[in-house]
Write a protein that binds this ligand. Structure first.
Ligand code: 3PG
Ligand code: 3PY
Length: 209
């Protein structure tokens, strides 16, 4: 079943950003995340194994596997061919934006300025990643950007933690956040990943955090 970008962003409050080096880690990681309540999985194309990791993770029941760090139309095609159901990029270029729209695949381009977002709006996009979220000015910056660009909805990513996520999720223009904290670096520990996923899946907006 194909989903809209809104539907992908509504699956859970957190989209785990995954950098997976070994194909054999794909199934245990995806199973633990889905079991913990995080079905939308962003597999970054930053390792030689990434496309095979997408293929493996796509076999996990309940997983909605997307590709991150997609930089150009060639990588978009490769990710879709591997089974990616949504596409995330660190920034928005014309060739990638047009290719994703033509392919009719949910696309979350990275934006950090009003010009980035306006370029996306010109293409008909309404949902954006805010990246790198903390170093681009954090929540005060996104609040200032969202005020004049009221139709836009965001998935802030970059420097967000389980502790800071509730502050972001409390804003009406934030649909979900992305982050790598749910799968700690090092040897895979499925029980720990599942526990971190469960905690992330339960996060809600909290202005007091
Ligand atoms: C990344 O670039 O890997 C993502 O933005 C996730 O960043 P994080 O490790 O700061 O969550
Ligand atoms: C991506 O992986 O698409 C990024 O922009 C970094 O999270």
């Amino acid at each position: 079943m194909s989903l809209s970008v809104e539907q992908v962003m509504a699956l859970a409050p957190v989209i785990p950003v995954l950098v997976v080096e070994r194909v054999e880690d794909a199934l245990p990681i995806a199973q633990a995340l889905v079991k913990g309540g995080l079905p939308a999985l962003e597999v970054t194309l930053r390792t030689p194994a990434a496309l095979d990791v997408i293929r493996e993770m796509a076999k996990v029941e309940g997983a909605v596997v997307g590709a991150g760090t997609v930089l150009n139309p060639r990588q978009l095609d490769a990710a879709m061919e591997a089974g990616a159901r949504f596409i995330v990029s660190p920034g928005l270029t014309d060739p990638l934006g047009r290719a994703a729209i033509a392919a009719n695949i949910p696309f979350l381009p990275g934006t950090a300025t009003a010009g980035d977002i306006m370029r996306g709006m010109d293409m008909g996009l309404t949902h954006f990643k805010f990246f790198p979220a903390e170093t681009s000015g954090g929540l005060p910056a996104l609040k200032a950007l969202a005020a004049p660009l009221q139709e836009s909805r965001f998935c802030p990513t970059g420097g967000i933690t389980a502790e800071s996520a509730p502050r972001w999720l409390a804003e009406p223009f934030v649909q979900c956040v992305g982050g790598s904290w749910v799968v700690p670096k090092g040897p895979i520990d499925p029980a720990r990943i599942e526990a971190l996923a469960r905690e992330a899946a339960a996060l809600t907006g909290n202005k007091l955090c």
